[in-house]
Ligand binder design. Structure first.
Ligand code: PEP
Ligand code: MG
Length: 758
């Protein structure tokens, strides 16, 4: 059963368009289940009706013609219940609706299962038989499993198909993702693919067919030469069988039929790389779908050969480092390092298919003030290279081929944004305090040097979190102690005499260094943060030495430890810091011992907050990770982004518990997660007793404006009410109306609320 399922899904996956995919489904399912009829109905986005899109067994001329409303007929019943419907005698069911064009009068048994993607019923898969009988449990289970697996494939095929035709006709199209970093980006898509692979070659067309054909031939002959040379070099190291692979590669390259297929596509104006990738992928899929395991394994060879030729093709193209003005960076899973490669002045926005608003690349985008949309799952990202785009980071939307009207609308919003930013400038000079004089220290989170200037201009009182891993992420090896000292000194110097909190290296989880890969099944629960650096004291010592050396003459350094889950880790780290400090004194440095603090971002640290606070010089809450660990919701997974909620009552109770423990032990306490930079979150935190909030520079004026409009007594009352509530949605609503009553139109007061063009 499993093998059958897998092979159907694989075959469907290999289909080049939706129509072929549906044909494969109906034919393969009808045969596998020995059913008289198998049909697929899909929801038409315009009308909302479920249209018969493919059928094995019903009249061919009914396909595309017959459709049902979401509450009509048996198909409608499956849609409205979002559950399978298994009937012995369909025609006696009250919802039965007979369509003469289908020719289904001789059918009785009916089994329909919903095809559900992201909680929406995309369509219905139906099998029918002539005799009166109920499909048995195993048949029903098979169809349910298949529908669940096909949902994603169909959704992707639909989006890809739609986009292909849109790309050719250059029509405007909209895709949704998660609003990650506010702002509007108007520009051109630049795709970053993690490595050269057939699957990630963007859909690009060519202007000059002859040039493209020549490029392709050149790439083929270079690849041939390369394979021959490699075969020669390894002649003595490989046995005959192994050498045969090189001959197989060569004969594939000499296979005229493959080249002819590629020529044909290039003549239809596809770029050589795209044409080659499409043809080779079709061959890969054919091999993968074969039942013989020997042939299935050959798929990897074809893929490898394809990538080799691609490399030669890319070498002839422009360097990938040529970023256009107004670059909108797009990738399947963007990383901080990819982001860092684009010169800031050219970067307009980011779009990532995977990832969520709480991933590190998202945080960096916010820190840099770059609009971003993450989790744009249905965007066929490989096909939008060089296409005009508008990214709406407020709403989590993006438009390809935007119309002149839409562009104009968004240009107006950009102008409005600039005006509002200028209006908030006056706040830089004013203190962060409530109307009844309660002072709140507003600090910034930094990582790049670019953050520093903006932060100072905006009136930051210090750095609550300097993410030291950012300079590590941007290199191809560990920075030396001296390189680190120079980087850290810039931060300390720029902010002196204001305090700068430097967090020791926090890698692992989603932040892996290319030169120190950590591969784990469960990286967020694995070797991360302090766990890595305690296991590598040489890395930790070099880093804290560099920090302390850099503080010479400024003495504004605070050292902070990430991911502390118990007292032992704090003590072990303190011993290392003390050792480094003593060494530096011996080396003649006249520096002060920096305060040593910890981050509270693991549930165990919440329960031990009092003991930890007694032993640390300060504590700082990392609400991003704390939310992820308390709610067991991966902060990078867009599938569960909807339930990642820092306003969850459990998170709020934990935050209250930490600040109470800090107050009772007289320990300085700060919050440096994203919640502190959210105007509504900031209000709650101040009411709880947090007097230091650290946030990305972009959010600082907004938070200050909101705090300066309210008083602490009201905030305490608000907190009391919120703490009685049971769900994050209710809490958010309450906060929203509180902000509105203060005169702020939305949670994000300074954001213009984009009106939609009609
Ligand atoms: C946090 O977890 O809240 C935090 C500030 O650290 P990071 O986002 O870098 O993991
Ligand atoms: Mg963290």
């Amino acid at each position: 059963m499993l093998g059958l399922l897998r092979s159907i899904v694989q075959e469907v996956n290999a289909a080049t368009d939706l129509a072929t995919a549906l044909e494969i489904i109906v034919h393969r399912v009808a045969a596998a289940m020995d059913a008289r009829v198998c049909s697929v109905y899909l929801r038409d986005k315009q009308s909302g009706r479920y249209v018969l899109m493919a059928s094995k067994g019903l009249n061919a001329n009914a396909v595309g013609q017959v459709s049902l409303a979401a509450d009509e007929g048996l198909v409608g019943k499956v849609v409205s219940r979002a559950e399978p419907l298994n009937l012995e005698q369909a025609e006696t069911h009250p919802a039965y609706h007979y369509f003469p064009t289908t020719g289904e009068e001789h059918l009785s048994a009916f089994l329909g299962t919903p095809i559900i993607h992201h909680r929406k019923v995309l369509g219905v898969l139906v099998i029918q038989q002539t005799e009166k009988r109920r499909f048995d449990e195993s048949e029903e289970a098979f169809l349910v499993t298949l529908s669940a697996q096909l949902a994603g494939v169909i959704a992707h095929a639909e989006a890809t198909g739609a986009l292909n035709s849109i790309s050719r006709q250059r029509r405007e199209a909209k895709f949704n993702g998660l609003a990650t970093s506010p702002g509007i980006g108007i520009g051109r898509a630049h795709i970053v693919a993690p490595s050269i692979s057939l699957a990630t070659v963007p859909f690009t067309q060519c202007d000059n067919v002859d040039d493209e054909l020549a490029k392709f031939q050149q790439a083929l002959s270079s690849a041939r030469k390369e394979i021959r040379t490699a075969g020669e070099h390894l002649k003595h190291d490989l046995n005959r069988e192994e050498r045969a692979l090189f001959d197989a590669y060569l004969s594939m390259l000499d296979d005229n039929s493959i080249a002819v297929e590629v020529y044909e596509r290039i003549r239809q104006q596809l770029s050589a790389s795209r044409a080659w990738a499409e043809v080779m992928l079709e061959h890969v899929r054919k091999f993968e779908a074969m039942s013989d395991s020997y042939f299935r394994d050959r798929a990897a060879d074809v893929r490898d050969l394809g990538a080799r030729v691609l490399t030669h093709l890319y070498q002839q193209h422009n360097s990938p480092q040529d970023y256009p003005q107004n670059t909108i960076l797009i990738g399947e899973e963007l990383t901080a390092a990819m982001l860092a490669e684009v010169p800031r002045e050219k970067l307009t926005a980011l779009v990532s298919v995977k990832g969520s608003a709480n991933s590190h690349v998202a945080i960096i985008a916010r820190a840099m003030g770059v609009p971003a949309v993450m989790g744009a799952q249905d965007l066929p990202w490989e096909q939008v290279n060089d296409v005009d785009l508008v990214v709406d980071g407020y709403r989590g939307e993006l438009y390809i081929h935007p119309s002149a009207e839409l562009r104009h609308h968004y240009k107006e919003i950009v102008a409005e944004e600039h005006k509002l930013a200028r209006n908030l400038d006056y706040l830089a000079e004013l203190p962060g305090e409530t109307t009844d004089g309660h002072k709140v220290h507003l600090w910034v989170n930094t990582g790049l040097m670019a953050d520093v200037v903006r932060s100072l201009d905006l009136g930051a009182e210090g750095v609550g979190l300097y993410r030291t891993e950012v300079p590590f992420l941007l290199r191809d090896r560990f920075p030396s102690e001296e390189e680190q000292r120079e980087i850290y000194r810039q931060q300390l110097q720029a902010f002196a005499p204001r305090p700068v909190t430097m967090r020791t290296l926090d890698i692992g989880g989603d932040k892996s260094l290319s030169y120190f890969p950590i591969e784990e099944t469960n990286p967020f629960l694995g070797w991360r943060g302090i766990r890595v650096t305690l296991d590598h004291p040489e890395i930790f010592l070099a880093q804290v030495r560099a920090m302390m050396k850099a503080s010479l003459g400024f003495d504004n350094l605070r050292i902070m430890l990430p991911m502390i889950s118990g007292i032992g880790e704090l003590e072990a780290a303190r011993n290392l810091v003390n050792r480094a400090f003593d060494e530096l004194l011996d080396e003649g440095y006249t520096i002060q011992r920096p305060p040593l603090g910890i981050m509270i971002e693991v549930p165990s640290a919440v329960y031990q907050a009092r003991e930890l606070a007694q032993r640390a010089d300060f504590i700082s809450v990392g609400s991003n990770d704390l939310t992820q660990y308390l709610l067991a919701v991966d902060r990078n997974n867009s599938r569960v982004a909807g339930i990642y909620h820092s306003f969850h009552p459990a998170v709020l109770r934990a935050l209250q518990q930490v600040v109470t423990a800090a107050r009772e032990t007289n320990t300085q306490v700060c919050i440096c997660g994203e919640l502190g930079g959210d105007p509504a979150g900031a209000l709650l935190l101040v009411a709880m007793g947090y007097d230091e909030l650290s946030m990305s520079a972009t959010n600082l004026p907004r938070v200050k404006a909101v705090l300066r409009a309210t008083n602490k007594t009201d905030l305490k009352r608000l907190l009391e009410q919120v703490m009685q509530m049971h769900g994050p949605e209710q809490i958010e609503e309450k906060l929203q109306s509180y902000l509105q009553a203060l005169g702020f139109k939305s949670l994000l007061q300074s954001f213009p609320s984009p009106r939609k063009p009609n």
